[in-house]
Design a protein around this ligand. Structure first.
Ligand SMILES: *Cc1c(COP(=O)(O)O)cnc(C)c1O
Length: 374
């Protein structure tokens, strides 16, 4: 067997860009050019017109991309999707939530929703690589599930559960948003962060909120419940309406995001993005299904994610070693989600990632698998 330092993937097999991580994920060079062009905004006050205009442009970009239904609003704040779980527990769940938990991210929201001022959540939990079904439950006022579970590569159809305003459907779209088409009217809150399909950096959260969700936020905000100021959803809504954030946002992230949104909207919007991620992910699933040493981790083809592809390797091959060889050759972040603990490669097929590069990636993996078998 060769040492991994000895395995050199021939240049003609390499992707042009070797970033396949699930977040932070590939940022396109055109975005970086736009960042340089916007240099005069960096280092200026977020309370003045240039940054407010930028925030307004990002909000308008999301409205266009998601064909935002009448009355829905684009709300944003600092802290990423993880902050939004605590914001929802503080200001969106009235008494009790129900969750579909089929991986790490879904289960983290369950933890936040297990707050002492709420009734214990109803949870439908299934093992990694599968997903369950969430049915209406008496007394539940928020139904929550991830659109895409990034830790396992399982996606769920976006459908309303229960009837608003008594029941709100709250979807974690952190890794799905912008890469999978949907009808936003099937949700009350569709929330995400910029470092996945939107190719920005982490640190912000965005939520597309229905009128019922906004009404709920103000009802709880005006109730006796104590809400830590930083977690106030109504403060976020009030600020967002003015193209502001409660505290200072990362301006470079907003510029990168604005650039990516312009590219997506000009290229054909969400339908185009959906087709592009489907092309990349289908290639990977077809490759794995046909390969003697590889198998798609998610058994049910209907559950397989089109933005995060998980591929198990045969026990005769050490996936960690394959990922390390790829890394040594400039192809990075194909390691599996650490807590899943499988002999696996995990590959993002976000919109920014070129389908041609995904085809080169499988050529590169083929080369590494052959070299390791020698
Ligand atoms: C990445 C991710 C998160 C965490 O996002 P942060 O912005 O880092 O808090 C949450 N949910 C899902 C589905 C994710 O993929």
């Amino acid at each position: 067997m060769e040492g991994m330092a000895d395995i050199t993937i021939p240049a003609e097999l390499l992707p042009a860009d070797g970033r396949f991580g699930c977040g932070p994920s590939k940022v396109r060079n055109e975005q970086l050019a736009d960042l340089l062009a916007a240099a005069s905004i960096l280092g200026t006050s977020h309370r003045q017109a240039p940054v407010k205009t930028l925030v307004g442009s990002v909000r308008a970009g999301f409205s266009e991309l998601f064909r935002l239904p009448e009355g829905y609003e684009v709300v944003l704040g600092n802290g990423g999707s993880t902050a939004f779980w605590d914001i929802a527990a503080a200001g969106l769940i009235n008494r009790r939530s129900a969750h579909l938990d089929f991986g790490e991210f879904g289960s983290k929201f369950v933890t936040s929703a297990s707050a002492p001022w709420l009734d214990a959540p109803h949870v439908v939990q299934t093992p990694g690589g599968t997903r369950g079904v969430l049915e209406p439950v008496d007394g539940v006022d928020v139904y929550a599930y991830p659109h895409n579970e990034t830790s396992t590569g399982v996606m769920a159809p976006v459908r309303r559960i229960g009837i608003a305003p008594d029941a709100l459907t709250v979807v974690d779209a952190t890794s799905a948003a912008g890469g999978i088409d949907l009808d936003v009217a099937e949700t009350d809150v569709y929330y995400f962060a910029p470092q996945k399909n939107f190719a920005g950096d982490g640190g912000l959260w965005f939520a597309l909120m229905s009128p019922a969700a906004i009404e709920r936020a103000y009802a709880i905000g005006e109730s006796d419940r104590y809400i830590p100021p930083f977690l106030s959803l109504t403060a976020a809504i009030d600020n967002s309406r003015l193209n502001q954030t409660l505290n200072t946002p990362a301006l470079a992230t907003l510029v990168l995001l604005d650039s990516q949104l312009r590219w997506m909207n000009e290229s054909g919007g969400l339908a185009w993005a959906h087709a592009r991620t489907a092309e990349s992910s289908s290639h990977l699933y077809d490759w794995a299904s046909a390969h003697a040493l590889a198998t798609p981790f998610v058994a049910d083809p209907d559950h397989r994610s089109q933005v995060v592809v998980t591929i198990d390797l045969d026990d005769s091959v050490d996936a960690a070693r394959v990922a390390a060889v790829l890394r040594a050759n400039g192809i990075v972040d194909t390691e599996p989600y650490r807590k899943l603990g499988r002999n696996q490669l995990r590959i993002a097929t976000f919109v920014a990632i070129d389908p041609d590069d995904v085809r080169q990636l499988t050529r590169s993996i083929d080369h590494v698998l052959e070299a390791l078998a020698d």
